[in-house]
Structures are given as structure tokens and as C-alpha cells.
Design a binder for this molecule. Structure first.
Ligand code: 6CS
Ligand code: FE
Length: 311
């Protein structure tokens, strides 16, 4: 009999642990429940965001800052992306994810560990100050990656809540984390920009389907488990609609860990490359994954080094 005392190395458990506040992938039917955590943990007097920006983020679950960096400041970062794409050694590491159905590089994970220049950008004070304010505490890096979204054949990311995966597969207890996407190329309406459902972060969708072992090997290419069913997505869509914040190189989108988001494929010749960083509150460290399986590798989900980043 599968037990709820599973230590995180056996098969997926069949019932949620008592402390699981956001069960998912247990029930045969999807369930939509209310978010149980605040969205904004800090206050306007702490800066750098003002009261209207905090309230926009609170209501919508994302905030786009159009020129947090200049194009010149990101020149070297973009050059690193080009260099890594052409480097067979980078592509051969376990941190590299190849597009399904082609030999194109899709992502490189834990880029803050392997690349000094991009690592400095991941803990840039202009980013960490916003993360600290929104999360109301010191923050550490849960995940970092570059996403290439190459021209012609860059593939989509299907609709998902990041938190669903980070909770179920990484054991993150609470919705006190966020992502930040820095545009290293222009994000246009045409080249597969991030799409979000504003306000969807107030609802939690419990997904259907059992987590397979080593799910990340599939999910990082194309996610099937831990994505919402059509009916739940339609409900959210009717309530929230969709926006696709676009912007020039240097624009930065912060988004809540539970906002419903995704992106289309990119069939234009223009790549849409982003540096993607996940900050978690140091008060929200991971526990055993809520699915009962072994945790994902550290290069996808940090569970050893909780050193605060930023000022
Ligand atoms: O696995 C992750 O950490 C992230 N990647 C995907 C494709 N879905 C969940 C989460 O955003
Ligand atoms: Fe995501």
C-alpha cells in the first residue's frame, strides 16, 4: 500500500500529505480553489515599486518594466547566448534542453552557476530589489535559465502555473516566489511572447494525472502532466482574458508563481531570447516534493544553497 509517509524516493503517493495546502495530481477531476497566500508581501515605502505598481501586480499577477536595462547593458549577455548556442560542450551538458522534434537548443538551466556574466545579471540589484519588495523578505535563486525561442522552429510552452510544478515536484510549500523574464531580444506580438491570464493567480487549479518518475526529462521539452484541463482553462479565460506584454530588449516582466501563462511557437525569423530567473523567499524553502517522488536535480530546483542574493 502506498503510504503518505513516503520519503520522497519511492513511487508517487496516492493521497496528499496533511500539510499539503495545494494538492494537485491526486484527484481524478480538476478542482479550482482559492489562493491561500498573499500576492504582495512588502510595502510601497520599501521601494523600488510604488503603490500603484504594487497594486497592479497584486491584482494582475504580473508587472512589466519597460526599460529596466538598456540595450547596451545587455549586449554582452546576448553575445554569451550566441556563443553558448554555438558551443557543442554547452549543448552536451545535462543543463541543456533540446527542442522536441529538432536539434535546436531550447534552454540552458542553472545558468547562474555556469556563466559568470549571466550569473551577475541574475543577482542584479535592480531585479533583486523588486523581488525582495514583492516577497517581503530576502530571496534566493530557485532556478535560472536562458530560453532561446529560436526563429523558425522555436516551440511553444503550453499553459501552466509554475507553482503547480514547483509545489508538486520540488516541494515548495507556499506561493511566495516569482519569476522574472529579461528580454534579450525584442518581444513582439509575433515571435511567441509570454502570454498571461491577468488575475488567474488568485485561483489554484489542481491538475489531473500522476507524476511520472524523472518527469523533468519530458516536461522541460513539452509538458503534459501538471497542465490544466481544457475546461479549467476556459473558465480562467472567461474570467481573466489574456494579455501578452511585449517590449524592447531590456524590458523585464515580473510574474507571480501561480499566474497562468504560456507562449506560442515562434515561426518568425526573429528569435525571442530571454533570461529567466526564479526568486523564492528564504522563508519558503523546499520540503519533500508533494508528489512523493525524489526531488528534481539541483540544477532545475535549488535545495542546497539558500544564500540570499542582492542587497
Ligand atoms: O519545470 C519548471 O520548473 C518550469 N517549466 C515548465 C515547462 N513548467 C513548469 C515550470 O514553469
Ligand atoms: Fe512557466
Amino acid at each position: 500500500m502506498m503510504s503518505s509517509m513516503n520519503s520522497g524516493t519511492g513511487p508517487a503517493i496516492s493521497r496528499p500529505r496533511p500539510e499539503d495546502r495545494y494538492p494537485s495530481r491526486f484527484d481524478p477531476d480538476p478542482i479550482i480553489t482559492a489562493r491561500l497566500d498573499p500576492v504582495v508581501f512588502g510595502t510601497a515605502d520599501q521601494g523600488p515599486l510604488d503603490a500603484s505598481q504594487l497594486s497592479f501586480y497584486d491584482q494582475n499577477g504580473y508587472l512589466c518594466l519597460d526599460s529596466l536595462f538598456t540595450e547596451q547593458e545587455l549586449d554582452l549577455a546576448l553575445a554569451e547566448l550566441h556563443r553558448l548556442r554555438a558551443d557543442p560542450k554547452a549543448r552536451a551538458t545535462e543543463q541543456a534542453v533540446i527542442e522536441p522534434g529538432s536539434n535546436e537548443l531550447r534552454s540552458i538551466f542553472a545558468i547562474h552557476r555556469s556563466n559568470a556574466l549571466l550569473g551577475r545579471l541574475c543577482s542584479h540589484p535592480r531585479l533583486t530589489a523588486v523581488a525582495q519588495q514583492l516577497l517581503g523578505s530576502q530571496v534566493y535563486l530557485h532556478q535560472s535559465r536562458i530560453n532561446y525561442k529560436n526563429g523558425f522552429r522555436g516551440k511553444e510552452f503550453y499553459w501552466h502555473s509554475d507553482f503547480e510544478t514547483w509545489h508538486v515536484e520540488d516541494g515548495i510549500p507556499a506561493m511566495r516566489m516569482l519569476s522574472c523574464s529579461i528580454s534579450l531580444t525584442p518581444n513582439t506580438p509575433n515571435n511567441g511572447p509570454l502570454m498571461v491570464m491577468p488575475g488567474s493567480h488568485h485561483h489554484y487549479i489542481s491538475c489531473v494525472g500522476i507524476t511520472p518518475e524523472d518527469h523533468y526529462r519530458e516536461s522541460l521539452k513539452s509538458q503534459e502532466i501538471g497542465v490544466p484541463d481544457n475546461q479549467s482553462l476556459s473558465t480562467l479565460y472567461d474570467r481573466c482574458g489574456i494579455v501578452a506584454p511585449t517590449g524592447p530588449t531590456g524590458s523585464v516582466t515580473f510574474f507571480d508563481c501561480n499566474v497562468m501563462h504560456g507562449s506560442n511557437s515562434n515561426i518568425t525569423p526573429a528569435p525571442r531570447s530571454n533570461l529567466f530567473i526564479v526568486y523564492n523567499s528564504i522563508e519558503n524553502r523546499p520540503v519533500e516534493p508533494f508528489c512523493g517522488l525524489a526531488p528534481r536535480p539541483n540544477f532545475i530546483a535549488e535545495r542546497l544553497d539558500f544564500t540570499p542574493v542582492g542587497p
